[in-house]
Design a protein around this ligand. Structure first.
Ligand code: NDP
Ligand code: 8X3
Length: 251
C-alpha cells in the first residue's frame, strides 16, 4: 500500500537511500535537508517515476520546521511515516579537550532536532490515530567509545527518547522503531573530521563497512511488516565490527 513518508537528512547517506527505497516502492516521500540544490536535484531525478517532494529546513530551528510543514501540499499532509535520520558527529576529541561549539551542534541536531520534528509531525498522526516513527540511532547509542563521548550521549538520548515515544505514542496508535547501525561509509566521517577527506577515508580502511542501501533495506523491512507488528529495536553491524570499538581489519 502506498503511503506518505517524511525523511529528514535525505540529501546524503542513509536518508537519501531510505527515500530512494520508499519512492521505488511507490511511496510519496517528502525529502528534507538543508542543502536545497541537492533536494531539488533529487526530486528532479524522480520526475515521471515517483514522487519526491523537496522540503528544506534545519531540524534545529523550531520556526523553520513549523513553517516548512505548513508548506506541504494538501495531498501530502497526512504523513504516515516519519524517519528521523538527520544527524551528525563533529570531532573525536576527549572531553577534556572538547569544543563547546561541536557539542552544541551534535546535541541541537541529534537530540533537540529529532524532538522538534517529532513533536510537529506526530500531531498529524495523532489526529489519524495511526503512524510510525523510525529513529536512526547508532551502535554509539548502545556502547561508548573513546572520543565518542558527546556523540554517544546524543545517541543514548535517541535510545531513551525512542523508548519514551513508544510508551507515550502507544495510546495514539503510533508505532515507534529504532534502527541502530554500526560503521557505514557515507558523508558522516567527512562531516565529523570537518572536511578532511584523508582522515575520513581511513575510518573505512581494511574492512567492508555497511552501505546506505543496507540501512534502507532494513528500514523498508520495518515498514513493510503487517499493521499489527512493530519491530522495536534493530542493531545492524558490518560483519567486521563486533561493538562500537572492536573491528577486525585486514590492514
Ligand atoms: P551523512 O552525513 O551522509 O548524512 C547526514 C544527513 O543529515 C544529510 O542529509 C544532512 O543534510 C542532514 N542534516 C545534518 N544536519 C541537519 C540539520 N540541522 N537539519 C536537517 N538536516 C540535517 O550521514 P549518515 O547518512 O551516515 O547519517 C545519518 C544518520 O545516521 C545520522 O543520524 C547519524 O548519526 C546516523 N548514523 C550514522 C552511521 C555511520 O557510520 N555513517 C552509523 C550509525 C548511525 P544537510 O547537510 O543537507 O542538512
Ligand atoms: C556512527 C557510528 O561508531 O562512528 O554512529 O559512532 S560510530
Amino acid at each position: 500500500m502506498s503511503k506518505i513518508a517524511l525523511v529528514t537528512g535525505a540529501t546524503a547517506g542513509f536518508g537519501r537511500a531510505i527515500a530512494r527505497k520508499l519512492a521505488d516502492e511507490g511511496w510519496s516521500v517528502i525529502v528534507n535537508g538543508r542543502r536545497v540544490d541537492r533536494l531539488v536535484q533529487f526530486a528532479e531525478e524522480y520526475k515521471g517515476k515517483g514522487e519526491l517532494y523537496p522540503l528544506a529546513f534545519d531540524v534545529r530551528k523550531v520556526d523553520e520546521v513549523e513553517k516548512a510543514l505548513e508548506r506541504i501540499p494538501e495531498r501530502l499532509k497526512a504523513i504516515d511515516v516519519l524517519v528521523n535520520n538527520a544527524g551528525l558527529a563533529v570531532g573525536r576529541e576527549t572531553i577534556d579537550n572538547g569544543d563547546l561549539e561541536d557539542w552544541n551542534r551534535m546535541i541541537d541536531t541529534n537530540v533537540k532536532g529529532l524532538l522538534i520534528v517529532t513533536r510537529a509531525v506526530v500531531q498529524r498522526m495523532k489526529a489519524a490515530r495511526s503512524g510510525h516513527v523510525v529513529n536512526i540511532g547508532s551502535i554509539a547509542g548502545k556502547e561508548v567509545y573513546a572520543g565518542g563521548n558527546v556523540y554517544c550521549a546524543t545517541k543514548f538520548a535517541v535510545d531513551a527518547l525512542t523508548k519514551a515515544m513508544r510508551v507515550e505514542f502507544l495510546p495514539l496508535g503510533v508505532k515507534v522503531t529504532q534502527v541502530s547501525p554500526g560503521a557505514a561509509e557515507t558523508e558522516f566521517s567527512l562531516v565529523r573530521y570537518k572536511g578532511d577527506a584523508e582522515k575520513a577515508e581511513k575510518v573505512y580502511d581494511g574492512y567492508q563497512p555497511l552501505r546506505s542501501e543496507d540501512i534502507a533495506d532494513t528500514v523498508w523491512f520495518v515498514l513493510s511488516r503487517p499493521e499489527h507488528v512493530c519491530l522495536n529495536d534493530i542493531v545492524i553491524m558490518p560483519a567486521a565490527q563486533a561493538n562500537s570499538f572492536s573491528f577486525h581489519k585486514t590492514k
